[in-house]
Design a protein around this ligand. Structure first.
Ligand SMILES: *Cc1c(COP(=O)(O)O)cnc(C)c1O
Length: 386
């Protein structure tokens, strides 16, 4: 058994990132400046989109996206039940209603048919999540959304880089939001990126991201002098800083190496677990690639003498850190109190929740780390199978 604990997630930070951060510190330009601008340009170019706005989190990105589509109090926004807090809380910022939709059992992706069922006169937008790193069925969701005049904000926190039918997530309308949180596939410590091809919305989001101050306004109207500015919205303080951007620039360059390592780990897990009747491995749709932010196994509980929580404890005893993505929104106290949701309202999300475990999958893992995870899962199954 392994001697030291294997963390569930670790960022991939090496000398190159450290050097670039130190260079930024030495440059004395710490806040939003030349490195943020360069990071935005490189990221937009990589995705193949017109506008990229760097912000200090994906949550901020989602908030600004909803501002850009003019979400109003009382509007409804459809979000998956199986997601992180951020996807729904940003809707609440507007005193609008996050309408939860159940997910598909095999992929845990939002079910497009359920989206259609949930649409009312008040529905303004949908926020699909590319759960784990594979894409939702973008064409189907866009078709439904266009038929009902809904806007689509893609929560791409897990899906850098993911391709849907050969095109990168981020190239589809209306707005895509990426996360560079420490555990995501590339990181700036904390950070996010908004991607769109719509100029008006891009400008509005940029202005809102920094106190609603329009720089173009002072360029156009100021009598001269860089001290002049105009506030045109009550904005937010969501700008990314240059220290973070310098991390992002290095991470972006390494995306392929990171992806290949994650793919390799997923392959080894698949090979090791495919034939075990006690667990199910992730299903990947034929129209999507997988960024492998998460590798989620599902326990076949009727074939085991222990439940998911006990399974996690057994893995921990064997020095393997794991996690659960996610505790569905509708069983959290806030959403239960606010909307009266009960566990069985979203049965697929709830049933999945009782069975899922996210295994470690990150480039820093060694061959031995990977084999240790496989061993721990197998040993737990062998000890507790029926
Ligand atoms: C991590 C995450 C976010 C939020 O990202 P931050 O950059 O931490 O704000 C949003 N949605 C999903 C699905 C996430 O996993």
């Amino acid at each position: 058994m392994r001697k030291n604990f294997l963390p569930f997630a670790l960022p991939s930070i090496d000398q190159e990132e450290i050097k670039e951060v130190v260079n930024t510190l030495r440059s004395s330009w710490l806040t939003t400046g030349p490195r943020v601008k360069k990071f935005e340009e490189k990221f937009a170019k990589f995705i193949g989109a017109k506008y990229a706005i760097a912000v200090n989190s994906c949550t901020a990105a989602l908030h600004l996206a909803l501002s850009a589509i003019d979400l109003k109090r009382g509007d409804e926004v459809i979000v998956p039940a199986m997601t992180f807090a951020a996807t729904a809380e940003v809707v609440r910022y507007f005193d609008a209603k996050p309408v939860l939709a159940d997910v598909e059992t095999d992929t845990l992706l939002i079910n497009p048919s359920v989206i259609e069922e949930k649409i009312t006169k008040k529905t303004k937008a949908v926020i699909p999540v590319h759960y784990g790193g594979q894409s939702v069925d973008i064409d189907r969701i866009l078709k439904i959304s266009r038929n009902h005049r809904l806007k689509v904000i893609w929560d791409a926190a897990h899906s850098f880089p993911t391709k849907y039918k050969g095109k990168l997530v981020g190239t589809f309308p209306d707005i895509t939001c990426f996360s560079f949180y420490a555990t995501k596939t590339i990181t700036t410590g904390e950070g996010g990126m908004i991607i769109t091809n719509n100029k008006t919305r891009a400008e509005k989001m940029r202005i809102l991201s920094l106190h609603g101050i329009s720089k173009d306004t002072w360029k156009r109207y100021a009598a001269g002098g860089s001290w002049y500015y105009k506030i045109i919205y009550p904005g937010f303080k969501y700008n990314l800083n240059d220290i973070a951007a310098s991390l992002g620039l290095v991470q972006l360059k390494k995306y392929k190496l990171f992806l290949q390592k994650r793919e390799k780990i997923a392959r080894l897990y698949n090979q090791a677990f495919r034939s075990l009747p006690e667990i199910e491995i992730p299903t990947v749709k034929e129209y999507s690639t997988h960024a492998w932010h998460l590798y989620v196994i599902r326990l076949n509980l009727d074939r085991l003498k222990i439940n998911r929580d006990q399974f996690i404890r057994e893995l921990k005893k064997r020095n393997i850190g794991v996690s659960v993505h996610f505790i569905p929104l509708h069983i959290h106290p806030y959403y239960q109190k606010k909307y009266g949701y009960r566990a069985k309202d979203f049965p697929k999300s709830y049933e999945a929740y009782k069975r899922i475990i996210s295994l470690p999958i990150y480039p820093k893992m060694t061959q031995k780390d990977i084999l240790d995870v496989i061993w721990a899962v197998r040993a737990t199954i062998n000890k507790f199978k029926r």
